[in-house]
Ligand binder design. Sequence first.
Ligand SMILES: NC(=O)c1ccc[n+]([C@@H]2O[C@H](COP(=O)([O-])OP(=O)(O)OC[C@H]3O[C@@H](n4cnc5c(N)ncnc54)[C@H](OP(=O)(O)O)[C@@H]3O)[C@@H](O)[C@H]2O)c1
Length: 281
Amino acid sequence: MKIAVTGATGKLGRLVIEKLKERTDESTIIALARTPEKGKDLGVEVRAFDYGNLPQMTESLKGVDKLLLISGSELGQRVEQHTNIINAAKEAKVGSIAYTSLINLDTSSVALVPEHYDTEKVLKESGIDYTILRNGWYTENYTDSLKATIELGTLYGASGNGKINSATREDLAEAAAIVLTTEGHEGKTYELAGDEAYTMSDYAQEISKQTGKKIPYVDLPEGEYAEVLEKAGLPKNIAGFLAGAHNSTAKGDLFNDSRELSKLLGRPTTPLSKVIADSLA
Ligand SMILES: NC(=O)c1ccc[n+]([C@@H]2O[C@H](COP(=O)([O-])OP(=O)(O)OC[C@H]3O[C@@H](n4cnc5c(N)ncnc54)[C@H](OP(=O)(O)O)[C@@H]3O)[C@@H](O)[C@H]2O)c1
């Protein structure tokens, strides 16, 4: 049995490799990396894997039974890249593919939906056994800017009272490792969200509680929030994308109470309060 992971030198990929090592022999794991030197510290076999290089990907997938296709990070190019990967997997006779998609894909208004939708379609029509892992928003999307929020003394956003069931990369990585090392996931679609539903106001309250500083949440119209992000130094397109994601949050697109993630993990998901405490430590 050989299990391969794309994007293995990325943040999620590294955690998946770590979680796989806890569950299976290292000799069964293959890290697929655009720049193999970056994966030297992973402690498993690393093979070259550039999403634009079909012959290289086909060669690197030889002998692979299960593939985790972690969605790429180059927005706008991903359907072509993911299709290349699926075609290479077909050519190399890979047994099954698990793909990291997006939470609430069937109803969500998040701008990322079309690329994930098209990839899911290509995968489902490929004839290869598949599992769809519709990953929730990473909790780290919020806590990565925690220090800046505390310095500013205000949490800005445009999410209204929209509830967020985010999940840590680590929980999502563990779920992927479980799917890759256990049976019975073929043809299934998992909505992988955290157990807890919080609003941006709840998030601000938890930061205030843990820091002892009053950090209010100020909700802005989408356009104004994009301006705040631009003034903070983000490029216009990223600021617009993030503000759009907040607008989708306000519509409930990040809310999901299926608890499929904790069911897969066999334990509750990591609470927001712990992620904040770890970030502050
Ligand atoms: N759920 C969420 O909130 C959320 C947030 C952000 C992203 N995402 C999605 O989840 C994925 C994993 O997240 P992450 O945090 O691990 O992202 P990340 O750290 O940016 O990792 C992305 C990985 O994709 C690889 N990659 C990108 N383009 C490639 C190409 N053309 N050929 C080969 N490899 C390529 C990168 O390779 P290098 O190491 O060589 O750069 C990297 O290993 C992202 O790519 C994105 O699709 C989800």
